[in-house]
Design a protein around this ligand. Structure first.
Ligand SMILES: O=P(O)(O)OC[C@H]1O[C@H](O[C@H]2O[C@H](CO)[C@@H](O)[C@H](O)[C@H]2O)[C@H](O)[C@@H](O)[C@@H]1O
Length: 363
């Protein structure tokens, strides 16, 4: 029996797929009219975050879907497993220093119904702690920085919350801080918060969205300080149009805010050119690792918002992304891992390999 707490066997099944690009809004593109969620494709995008149903073969009580199986194998050829391709990764990382960037939900913790219960296992925490002993390691999450720090609880990492709009680095790190502050341990830190002016409007929108979704059973709104999330995972599917319509209608009066899709969540974000990709660039720059061939950045993430980071690494031709997914999805990542238990296995393999390398070279 699989007793790994990070294995999906012991968790609710994952399985969202990316909506196609036309459902995405970003500040460069013209913002679509938010008249009706049915006509502009948003509802379709919400529905597409459900996995295709597998066919149940009654007599054998097993699930098979041959057409899915073929697609899965073709997809795995395009995005090979970072575990089975570890020798290729080790060859790329040889004589280099790795910079590790990790997403939180769906990467370090399995997706669960209640966002407040998305806890990381102790084994995963130990694996991340070990990684950080060898490589500079950052968590870049859609959650607020405080919340993700509370969930991860490791002081030795860098943290970027609100999709990278809230970055904290130690005060001795370079870069262009907007603010100097103290962290939870009273140490001096630099804060980079490019969407600071949006804090009051996000608070205002958060409060009104709570009111507007109050009557919709299962809907949940979170305030991440620089962005807000409207969850519909626990809402009856027949009410999804209602959630989408209310959010869209309300946001019409906020032209400086935009909406993006996550995993059964609508994300309200400021219209600024900032995302997880920009956060990776900022951190690489601050740590003096940008355009430095001695460094190999790796970003591991599962979500649409992680694609911005995969894209940056692909375009810089420095390092690569690893997509966490058990179902085929188009991605800018180079490799894949099925779920958080495989993420943990990959992190442990990486540490073991680096230890062996150090032992063999004597440093
Ligand atoms: O960038 P991330 O660290 O991956 O954060 C993205 C969102 O994660 C959380 O929501 C997702 O995970 C929940 C817990 O497993 C799940 O219930 C929800 O359906 C997912 O969308 C978080 O609650 C969001 O605020 C983050 O934006």
């Amino acid at each position: 029996m699989d007793t790994d707490p990070d294995s999906p066997v012991n968790k609710p099944r994952l399985g969202s797929s990316f909506p196609s690009g036309r459902f995405m809004m970003n500040s460069r593109k013209k913002i679509p009219k938010l008249d009706d969620v049915r006509s502009n494709g948003w509802l379709e995008a919400m529905i597409s975050s459900s996995p295709p149903r597998k066919r149940l073969v009654k007599d054998f009580n097993v699930e098979i879907a041959p057409e899915d199986d073929f697609a899965q194998r073709a997809w795995m050829l395009k995005y090979p497993s970072a575990i089975t391709s570890f020798s290729h990764i080790a060859a790329q990382a040889k004589d280099k220093k790795i910079a590790m960037f990790l997403d939180y939900d769906g990467t370090l913790s399995p997706i669960v119904d209640d966002p407040d219960r998305a806890l990381m296992s102790d084994a995963m925490r130990a694996a991340v702690k070990d990684v950080a002993k060898y490589f500079p390691t950052a968590i870049i999450s859609g959650r607020s920085r405080d919340k993700v720090y509370e969930l991860v609880g490791l002081t030795e990492l860098y943290y970027a919350g609100s999709h990278g709009m809230d970055i904290m680095t130690p005060a001795n790190v370079n870069g262009s801080p907007e603010d100097t502050n103290s962290d939870q341990q009273g140490e001096e830190v630099n804060l980079f918060q490019p969407a600071k002016e949006f804090i009051p409007v996000i608070e205002e929108v958060y409060r009104s969205l709570v009111e507007l979704t109050k009557g919709i059973k299962g809907a949940k709104v979170e305030n991440h300080k620089f962005c807000a999330s409207v969850h519909y995972r626990n809402v009856d599917e027949k009410d999804w149009p209602l959630v989408a319509q209310r959010v869209h209608d309300h946001l019409k009066q906020y032209p400086r805010l935009r909406l993006t899709h996550g995993r059964k969540v609508l994300e309200v974000r400021p219209v600024i050119e900032w995302n997880k990709g920009k956060a990776v660039e900022f951190l690489l720059e601050s740590l003096g690792l940008s355009n430095n061939d001695d460094f190999l950045p790796i970003f591991i993430g599962d979500d649409k918002t992680d694609e911005d980071a995969f894209k940056v690494l692909r375009e810089k031709k420095q390092g690569f992304g690893i997509l966490v997914s058990s179902v085929p999805k188009e991605s800018n990542a180079f490799y894949s891992l099925r779920d958080p238990s495989e993420v943990k296995k990959f992190l442990k393999t990486l540490v073991k390999w680096r230890k062996m390398e150090e032992d063999s070279t004597g440093h």
